[in-house]
Design a protein around this ligand. Structure first.
Ligand SMILES: *[C@@H]1O[C@H](CO)[C@@H](O)[C@H](O)[C@H]1NC(C)=O
Ligand SMILES: *[C@@H]1O[C@H](CO)[C@@H](O)[C@H](O)[C@H]1NC(C)=O
Length: 336
């Protein structure tokens, strides 16, 4: 299993021996596999508490087994992620306070009932100063990271995942912060929360558990951006991940041919390519502003005080020839 976030924990009663059903020399051992419904509760915390109580009851009542295996996606979630001791530390969470209460309780329960318990938890780790295992996520300022979920499957866990669309646009029907007219061009891959186009560009509310099912290992976008008819053009990458940060410049390649800044009179071919896999992309795009001179037609003129219209452009611009933006978007989306 690739995921770092989900670890199977074997909580052992280290001093168990006499009670154990099976001996090391036995060819078999007795295992119990638990099916469990989703715990109920208003918050992640109450759901975890309720699941922990239920697991402990099952451990107490399971009877003569050597090992009991609980299902994934039940005991905790991102909000109740727990530190997990490394096996080399030889730590029994029952004796420590560094872990989430449920982990301590289940460890003690395993010990008291002298059996092995396998649970599957959402884990967090210290990551400040380069600590922690290598993940695709940057370390947040808190210094504690709960790796963005990378679960292999998500049975009835109710978690959401982003869908993606690709879009190609060149036109005047765009605005800056919903107010000023612009002429923009873009070749973009972007996230949506459901099938509706109107859901694109929005994120899930904070209390939703989001588990992405799309893991981008290869993603390249090429766009042929036309020359700037008015002599001004800005072409740049537009990227965003689920931490609301741009994708690190080290994680993608950006090639302009010829160089955009010094060749506004020429069309530019831009290639944007992922260099490192990403599992929490919200936007990955080439974006261009052509600085329209079309005046705004509404009265929200905070950028044009008192409604003064700066000299409407003359009709000479009608000679602008028709360019086509050709975006060759090739995405190889591999799903874990
Ligand atoms: C944007 O509007 C200007 C002025 O009407 C026009 O010349 C230009 O072709 C339009 N751009 C696009 C991409 O349609
Ligand atoms: C806009 O109108 C106000 C009030 O009439 C005036 O004081 C201000 O100087 C005007 N601003 C500009 C940029 O013309």
């Amino acid at each position: 299993m690739k995921s770092i976030q989900l670890s199977f924990l074997l909580l052992t009663a280290i001093f168990s021996s006499s009670h154990q059903l099976s001996k090391p020399e036995d060819p078999t051992y007795t295992a119990a596999v638990v099916e469990h419904s989703q715990p109920v509760g208003d918050s992640p915390r109450t759901r975890t508490t309720s699941a922990s109580e239920s697991f402990q009851k099952i451990i107490r009542e399971v009877g003569d087994v050597d090992i009991i295996v609980f299902p994934e996606h039940i005991i905790n979630s991102q909000a109740t992620a727990t530190f997990v001791p490394h096996e080399s530390q030889n730590i029994t969470p029952c004796y420590q306070t560094d872990y989430e209460l449920f982990l301590i309780e289940l460890s003690c329960s395993a010990r008291a009932n002298q059996l092995y318990v396998v649970i599957n938890v959402v884990e967090k780790e210290l990551c400040a100063h380069g600590a922690g295992s290598d993940t695709y996520n940057p370390c947040p300022s808190t210094g504690v990271r709960s790796p963005a979920p990378r679960r292999t499957r998500c049975p009835p866990c109710g978690a959401k995942s982003y869908r993606y669309r690709i879009g190609v646009y060149w036109g005047n029907e765009t605005t800056v912060i919903g107010v000023d007219r612009t002429e923009q061009a873009t070749c973009a891959l972007f996230a949506c929360t459901d099938v509706r186009l109107a859901s694109c560009g929005y994120i899930y509310p904070e209390n939703e558990e989001v588990i992405n099912t799309h893991h981008f290992t290869k993603l390249s976008i090429s766009g042929n951006f036309p020359a700037a008819p008015r002599g001004r053009r800005l072409i740049m990458p537009s990227t965003l991940n689920a931490l609301f940060l741009p994708v690190s410049v080290a994680d993608y390649e950006w090639i302009e041919s010829p160089e955009a800044a010094n060749n506004v009179d020429k069309p530019i071919l831009v290639d944007l390519k992922l260099e490192k896999p990403q599992n929490d992309l919200l936007t990955f795009a080439i974006w261009a502003n052509y600085y329209t001179e079309i005046p705004s037609t509404h009265n929200l003129d905070h950028m044009q005080p008192n409604g003064t219209q700066t000299s409407p452009s003359t009709s000479s611009s009608s000679t602008v020839s028709v360019f086509r933006i050709l975006c060759v978007l090739s995405c190889l989306i591999s799903v874990l």
